[in-house]
Ligand binder design. Structure first.
Ligand code: HGY
Ligand code: MN
Ligand code: MN
Length: 413
């Protein structure tokens, strides 16, 4: 049985295979869905699966599934995995850690001579960050029917390329045949915060959250010849909206971020004609989130009236509160030695799958607590502890038929 040191070394070696893929010269990673970097990671996934004799299927939505099973019945049983795509200049661990850990957990179980009664399937979900087509967890939403494939096909990236063009056809959409074959989903993910004081934890919930695009229309004009009193400057309304979001979030112990803006014509010496921004808002409960977004929209609209501009909010991607299967979370936390159970403000494919399957998440400690930025980190030792924990969980959940889909997760004998 691999010692902790061996496992940390193995993790480091496998991790090094990915670490150069999609690395940005000015820090972090650029691994947008179906970009050359992400396609290279998909190729890596297929090679890892092939090396383990795990057949791979694509569900027609861009999600990959590699399965270890006694017969080659295809994807099913206990699902694990995560995503490869990143936010622009994101960290190395957000997503790929869950996929690398899944393959290494299979190795560990095989080293033990373990043979799963239920299959173990490793997934690589597409476009989890929504960094290219704007909708978070696009792949898992398509798989579960949470988004209309025609709407998804029409989504465009920043170059105006539609998802349907990338696919060359409409995404397959809902695959109940696949989802119905899974007993449970367990996603391992780097912690995106600093709550963990030990290597591994279990998730209890995901905050409700979403992203709202706001378009401000004003009047383009000359920066040098237009009197201040004659201006209808959308940048003013935009700036006020950003400050209002920050203030309203603080008043509610919620989180609000405006990290992306597009200005037309984006010229140094021209008053913009339009400014487009995106509000990422999250809160511990749905009422607080709704109150936050409503307050921001109200204040921004009042300000637009004073600026002579017009503002419009459009919900682009929203996710309700996710409370993971309590029994499963408690069972896994106990199994792993009474590790902490904690909520997160970050969205995950596990949040989407939890509406269809008993679902759990394992978190691996991130000493910096930073995520969605180059400083995201996790030690080899903690990642090895995550692999060991995931292997233990997969062993437990695949050792016997787990789920009577009507009854939910079978209890612990
Ligand atoms: O934005 C999120 O919460 C996740 O990392 N996609
Ligand atoms: Mn992320
Ligand atoms: Mn993630």
């Amino acid at each position: 049985m691999s010692s902790d040191l061996d496992l940390a070394r193995t993790f480091k070696e496998v991790w090094a295979e990915l670490s150069g893929i999609g690395r940005a010269p000015d820090g972090g990673y650029l691994r947008f869905a179906w970009s050359p970097a992400e396609v290279a990671l998909r190729d890596w996934f297929r090679a890892q699966a092939a090396a383990r004799g795990m057949p791979v299927i694509n569900d027609g939505n861009g999600n990959l599934f590699a399965t270890w099973s006694a017969d080659s019945a295809g994807p099913g049983g206990v699902l694990t995995g995560s995503h490869f795509d990143s936010v622009p200049h994101g960290g190395a661990f957000d997503g790929p850690l869950g996929i690398v850990s899944a393959f290494l957990a299979v190795d560990l179980l095989r080293e033990l001579g373990f043979q799963p009664v239920r299959p173990i399937t490793v997934a690589a979900f597409a476009e989890e960050e929504g960094s290219r087509f704007g909708v978070a967890c696009l792949g898992s939403r398509l798989l579960t029917g949470a988004i209309d494939p025609a709407r998804a096909a029409a989504l465009t990236d920043r170059d105006g390329l539609a998802l349907g063009d990338v696919f060359g056809a409409a995404p397959a959409g809902a695959r109940p045949d696949l989802v119905g074959a899974f007993d449970a989903y367990v996603e391992l993910h780097v912690e995106q915060g600093r709550a963990l004081t030990q290597p591994v934890g279990v998730a209890s919930a995901i905050w409700p959250h979403g992203r709202w695009r706001f378009d401000v229309a004003g009047e383009g004009n000359h920066a040098g010849t237009t009197l201040m009193s004659d201006r209808r400057d959308p940048m003013l309304t935009y700036a006020f909206t950003v400050l209002a979001a920050n203030k309203e979030a603080r008043l509610r112990d919620a989180h609000a971020t405006v990290g992306r803006v597009e200005v037309t014509p984006n010229a140094t010496n021209a008053i913009p004609s339009a400014v487009r921004g995106w509000l990422d808002a999250r809160a511990a409960d749905e009422a607080t989130l709704a109150g936050l977004v409503e307050a921001v929209a109200k204040k921004a609209t009042e300000r637009a009236g004073r600026d002579g501009t017009a503002i419009r909010f459009t919900a682009e991607s929203t996710t309700g509160e996710v409370r993971f299967d309590e029994g499963l979370a408690a069972r896994l936390a106990t199994l792993l030695g009474d590790v902490p159970i904690l909520p997160t403000g970050a969205g995950h494919d596990a949040g989407v799958l939890s509406a269809h399957l008993p679902t759990a998440m394992l978190f691996v400690r991130n000493p910096t607590g930073v995520s969605h930025a180059p400083a995201e980190s996790a030690t080899d030792e903690d990642c090895a502890a995550g692999v060991r924990a995931l292997a233990r969980v997969l062993q437990e959940l695949s050792s016997r038929p787990l789920v009577d889909h009507d009854e939910g997760v079978a209890g612990h004998e």
